[in-house]
Design a protein around this ligand. Structure first.
Ligand SMILES: Nc1ncnc2c1ncn2[C@@H]1O[C@H](COP(=O)(O)OP(=O)(O)OP(=O)(O)O)[C@@H](O)[C@H]1O
Ligand SMILES: [Mg+2]
Length: 185
């Protein structure tokens, strides 16, 4: 196999086929720097279902059960958009507390994923995240839908656990959803 065809996903798939002792040996053979890079690489960890759909989509709806990886997939997609040049992002959740506790500071939130020096800082008073490259994400609550009037967003919005029936099913073990919206030019 030629070197350039070895992707993080291919490495992850081959490690997944190994025994526990082979995996331990693989980890043992990496430098701390390589381990850190692998730990932070979404290309390595993402399951196919967590990758954005191909083609020219406007809305990506991710329906999954508890712990399916919905929040992480959304946060990683936004992270990739920021790297690709997106500068103003809307984060929409049922409440401001959901924005803060799930999207921002939860285990899958922006303060806990990706390379540490590329992570945003959070301004709680303005419900705002600012990345080192200048990109900003503003949090909105569906309890105040008019709050979305006025500010302009250049490429991305994200709605987590929409209110209504999906929200009411949140405490059950299956089937609530979650979507991302590309804002057209
Ligand atoms: N592909 C993955 N590889 C490794 N860890 C992952 C992966 N996807 C998600 N995780 C981790 O698994 C945990 C659960 O993921 P996540 O919070 O995205 O699930 P969820 O579907 O949003 O859960 P909930 O139903 O509670 O909202 C988090 O710690 C997340 O970082
Ligand atoms: Mg979640």
């Amino acid at each position: 196999m030629r070197n350039e065809t070895i992707t993080p996903k291919l490495i992850a798939d081959s490690i997944a086929l190994q025994s526990i002792s082979e995996r331990r040996a693989w980890v043992h053979n990496q430098t701390p720097e390589e381990i850190r890079r692998v730990a932070n690489s979404w290309a390595f960890w993402a399951r196919d279902a967590q990758k954005p759909p191909p083609g020219d989509w406007r809305i990506w709806l991710f329906l999954g059960g508890r712990g399916a990886g919905k929040t992480r997939a959304g946060a990683e997609w936004i992270r990739a958009q920021v790297k690709a040049g997106c500068r103003r992002i809307a984060l929409v959740a049922p409440t401001f507390s959901d924005v803060r506790e799930v999207m921002v500071s939860g285990p899958s939130g922006f303060l806990n994923i990706g390379e540490e020096d590329e992570r945003p800082r959070y301004e709680a008073s303005r419900h705002r995240l600012i990345w080192p490259n200048g990109a900003e994400a503003h949090g909105f609550s569906s309890e105040d839908p008019d709050g979305l009037r006025g500010p302009q967003f250049d490429c991305a919005g994200w709605m987590s656990s929409p209110p209504g029936p999906a929200r009411r099913r949140r405490s059950t073990c299956w089937g609530w959803g979650f979507g991302w919206v590309k804002i057209p030019d």
